[in-house]
Design a protein around this ligand. Structure first.
Ligand SMILES: Cc1ncc(COP(=O)(O)O)c(C=O)c1O
Length: 450
């Protein structure tokens, strides 16, 4: 049989002719996007003027004019082990040269290897299996469907101030109005009060929030639920870590009501919190379903649901198929991510460098009254801006100004929280101690100018 068609031979001989040019002129980029992007894809931009990125290396970014930035956002936490990571690039190139896609209808070793390697990071004593998909929201939808299919219950409990994605299902369990559309979403979703120790409606402590959860289940559901879904550290909500004692007790209540425990580790997973691969471990719990995305592929489109085998069996006799799920190129990137995290000890790095960056934020909080709270763990941290430390009135306009200034001082961060008053700092896990001084100077100068 032929091994090359005439078409691919002629493409190979004239490759330049088949490579379409890219226009890097600033106005052209802006105008083309304005003309051809749908409003839904145009609207979400962080700065008042466009920021165009041309190149990334490790924890650094360069815009189209050659200005360098220290990246403290990691493309919304997708770039876990750094831009242009050589292990990822090599794995992806090698795989792309062999076969670019092979659906899970057929067999290919790479996704299965990756599933084995991924599940080895999960608590021992359980049999874990994986369903791969392409994004976080898709994985959340699947987790909700699976919980309903397995338990045969309908209701799902989520937390206020949560973000789980933009699809119908994921939006339905998202507890911030900015991220929900004014349409009919999934039924049977109830929200319990988020045990936010800085701004939570019941103040500090765990007990009042567990009471709130009890009331939510008792009065808002038939008493039986399909699942409770939580982010161990809320990301877009403004880096709100669950207090110790909450998750274990909340999961007990969930199980008592017949529900499954779902941990959304889309932001907090892959060592970001500097303790372990997963943020749930710190709470001494073992979820039934864990949702992964973002950092899993270091920028390649990949999401996964890791679930106890007997629960996943609920879907064995029913069709469910993601055409791109388990794509070997994305899974090759995922394998390289695990290998680099382990061999370069990036979880330890997240802990040590993260502690220094958090110190910088704490010192700035002593200097600038506008910082009401500093919090975080590993490379997932935040400074919350308030107009008044006593009333905690969100300093949203101040945050907007500060945010523009951080960009001018060469720092890319994120403005998050339900009131957009939280500076969220989540750099790639490869950030170095040598970057701390630049981080401090850029932030200090931004606060001073604000
Ligand atoms: C905690 C969390 N869950 C789920 C999602 C959805 O992921 P995706 O944007 O890949 O659909 C996000 C995205 O920001 C997230 O932060």
């Amino acid at each position: 049989m032929q091994t090359h068609t005439k078409i691919s031979s002629s493409i190979n001989e004239n490759l330049d002719q088949f490579t379409l040019p890219t226009d890097w002129e600033t106005d052209a980029i802006v105008n083309r996007r304005e003309q051809y992007f749908a409003a839904s894809q145009r609207a979400f931009v962080p700065y008042s003027t466009p920021l165009i990125f041309k190149r990334g290396q490790d924890q650094y970014l360069w815009d189209e004019k050659g200005n360098q930035y220290l990246d403290c956002l990691s493309q919304n936490l997708c770039i876990s082990i750094g831009y242009n990571n050589p292990a990822v690039t090599a794995a992806v190139q090698k795989q792309a040269e062999q076969i670019q896609h092979c659906t899970t209808m057929f067999f290919h070793p790479v996704p299965a290897h990756f599933a084995e390697e991924l599940t080895s990071k999960f608590p021992k004593g359980e049999e874990w299996v994986v369903h791969f998909m392409n994004s976080g929201a898709e994985a959340i939808d699947f987790a909700l469907l699976l919980a309903r299919a397995h338990t045969r219950n309908n209701d799902i409990v989520s937390l206020t101030n949560s973000y789980h994605g933009a699809t119908f299902g994921a939006q339905s369990v998202t507890g911030i109005s900015n991220f929900r559309h004014n349409v009919s979403l999934l039924n049977g979703v109830q929200f319990a009060a988020n045990p936010d120790q800085y701004r939570g409606i019941h103040g500090e402590g765990v007990a009042p929030y567990l009471d709130d959860l009890d009331r939510t289940i008792h009065f808002g559901t038939p008493g039986k639920i399909a699942a409770m879904i939580v982010e161990p550290v809320q990301g877009y909500g403004g880096i709100i870590e669950l207090p110790q004692g909450y998750l274990s007790a909340a999961f007990e209540r969930t199980r008592a009501a017949g529900g499954l425990c779902i941990a959304d580790e889309v932001q907090s997973g892959f060592g970001r919190t500097g303790e372990d691969y997963w943020a749930f471990t710190k709470h001494n719990v073992v979820p039934d379903i864990v949702v992964l995305a973002k950092g899993i592929g270091n920028g390649y489109p990949l999401g996964a649901v890791v679930v106890k085998r007997h629960i996943a069996e609920a879907m064995a006799k029913k069709f469910y198929f993601n055409t791109y799920g388990g794509n070997p190129v994305s899974c090759s990137a995922g394998r390289a991510v695990l290998s680099v995290i382990d061999q370069c000890q990036l979880i330890g790095n997240a802990k040590t460098v993260g502690a220094e960056l958090l110190n910088v934020l704490r010192n700035l909080a002593k200097k600038y009254d506008v910082i009401g709270d500093v919090r975080g763990t590993g490379l997932m941290m935040a400074a919350e801006l308030v107009k008044d430390k006593a009333t905690k009135e969100p300093a949203t306009e101040e945050m907007h100004r500060l945010f523009q200034l951080t960009r001018e001082h060469g720092l890319v961060a994120s403005k998050s929280g339900a009131y957009k008053n939280v500076l969220r700092i989540c750099p790639p896990l490869c950030i170095q101690m040598e970057d701390v001084a630049f981080f401090e100077q850029a932030l200090d100068a931004s606060f001073a100018q604000m």
